[in-house]
Design a protein around this ligand. Sequence first.
Ligand code: C5P
Length: 225
Amino acid sequence: MALVPAAGQGVRLGESMPKAFVPIGGSPMLTLAVDGLIASGVVDHIVIMVPAELIERAGALVADRNSVSVVAGGAERIDSVRAGLAAAPQATHILVHDAARALTPPSLIARVVAALRTGQRAVVPGLPVTDTVKSVDAHGVVTGTPDRGGLRAIQTPQGFEAQLLREAYALDLPATDDAGLVERLGARVHVIPGDPMAFKITTPLDLRLADELLADRPAARAVAR
Ligand code: C5P
């Protein structure tokens, strides 16, 4: 089953509506992300977490898709995922997939699930980092330059054995991704090759790029209609 956090306000995108409802090529990001999960053929049920006041609108967007439910998210992404977990008590394996990664290829979703099926308990897609990354202190002074070769930019979907993810969320610690919490338990997290198309749509530049890419993708254009 898959949890889709879609409750962010998307302040950095500068649009007038919460990010997951912003259209790309005519379809809301939320719909594109859900359709990608369905097209992967490896997800049986999807729970979407949206701002409480938009539950009805999100429900209408996915009304004709089987096995998709909508619940209220929370103030932070972590709160939204926790709300989704509570709505999926029966799941044995869980993918957590950002609505904001609306163009994620179904093949990447299938590869994450295939890795889970080999018995791995936590699987995340990641890409080599192309920029040099530096750590800085509060004054903007560089404190270090980690070896880029050992870094990966991590995407979603992130896949977990459900019990492991539930234990990780029970820790109640801050984290910017789900695997970060699982790492705190001391569990092994495997990175598989990610896909550039799974980029997170965060800024107006990302939105323009996503629009362009979707216009070039005949199958996705058909979904958008
Ligand atoms: O803000 P950011 O781009 O990191 O958000 C990643 C994903 O988490 C987005 O799909 C966003 O809608 C979701 N989110 C959420 N609840 C929040 C904040 C973000 O579901 N409170």
